[in-house]
Design a protein around this ligand. Structure first.
Ligand code: NAD
Length: 257
């Protein structure tokens, strides 16, 4: 018996085996969920298709670039026709140009700022909008992935910190506007994990080292731990929790200087 028995969750953001979304996928499967996946484009689709070969059952998959609302609409339309209703959505998607993830924040360009916001923050809104009808009457749950750089300055994180601040605000506003439909929306603020996206942040290795030295648990969080906490928020065990940011970071965010 798992806490996700009988539930279907759409997961956005699996790129490779290091992806946080892959940790969430495995944690959900362990708890009995059925998962369906997006992939950003055909090239990434091939990598994801290889990756899912290690799962006991091949999940339903379809392409979806989250910056194109027509693709989001098509994704959920196809999902509804081919799979049926769903119970949850995971937004584990972010992008910023490499040149915006380092150097002085006051050199941020409008294009770089807008792109980071579009992919990493705004996209949660159309995703929630088009997923909501598939969760009607099912106490749906949406989870997105944030980072501590949303609220404190983390050197190098720059535009992504501002995008995460917007993402956490979007979480609260969506929780308020979808609450009447009994859809919950929460963010998981994960500690640093070595993934392809994270390696684009200048000085990321130093952040990992610092957390290991200073966090209350004296280590970095794992992909599996973020997967388990996300599964909790997607499950009925969290039925009274919405609009929150849950820190899954070995405690680093509680520290002052
Ligand atoms: P990752 O590179 O494995 O995942 C990022 C995903 O975003 C990829 O699957 C990529 O295909 C997808 N993506 C980017 N642009 C897209 C687009 N236009 N349309 C559709 N998909 C798109 O890296 P990750 O670290 O697993 O990142 C997942 C989430 O976790 C992100 O929101 C990230 O900011 C967040 N996060 C990461 C860390 C960390 O240290 N790794 C910490 C806290 C939060």
């Amino acid at each position: 018996m798992g806490i996700m028995d009988g539930k279907t969750v759409a997961i956005f953001g699996v790129a490779n085996k290091r992806s946080i979304a892959w940790g969430i996928t495995n944690a959900l499967l362990e708890q009995g969920a059925r998962v369906v996946l997006n992939y950003q484009n055909e090239r990434m689709g091939e990598a994801v298709a290889k990756l899912v070969e290690e799962l006991p059952e091949k999940p339903w998959m379809a392409p979806c670039d989250v910056t194109d609302e027509s693709q989001i609409e098509a994704f959920f339309g196809k999902l509804k026709d081919e799979v049926g209703p769903i119970d949850g959505v995971v937004h584990s998607v972010a992008f910023a140009k490499r040149e915006e993830l380092g150097g002085e924040f006051h050199n941020t360009s409008w294009d770089g700022y807008a792109l980071a916001q579009h992919v990493s923050a705004y996209s949660l809104i159309p995703l929630a909008k088009h997923a909501a009808p598939l969760m009607e009457g099912r106490n749906g749950s949406i989870v997105c992935l944030s980072y501590y750089g949303a609220e404190k300055v983390i050197q190098g994180y720059n535009v992504m910190g501002v995008a995460k601040a917007a993402l956490e605000a979007n979480t609260r506003y969506l929780a308020a506007s979808l609450g009447e439909q009994q859809i919950r929306v929460n963010a998981v603020s994960a500690g640093p994990i070595k993934t392809v996206s994270a390696m684009g942040v200048s000085g990321f290795g130093d952040i990992l080292g610092e957390v290991e030295k200073r966090a209350p648990l004296r280590r970095n969080v794992t992909q599996e731990e973020v997967g388990k906490a996300s599964t909790f928020l997607l499950s009925d065990l969290a039925s009274g929790v919405t609009g929150q940011t849950l820190y899954v970071d070995c405690g680093i965010s509680i520290l002052g200087l």
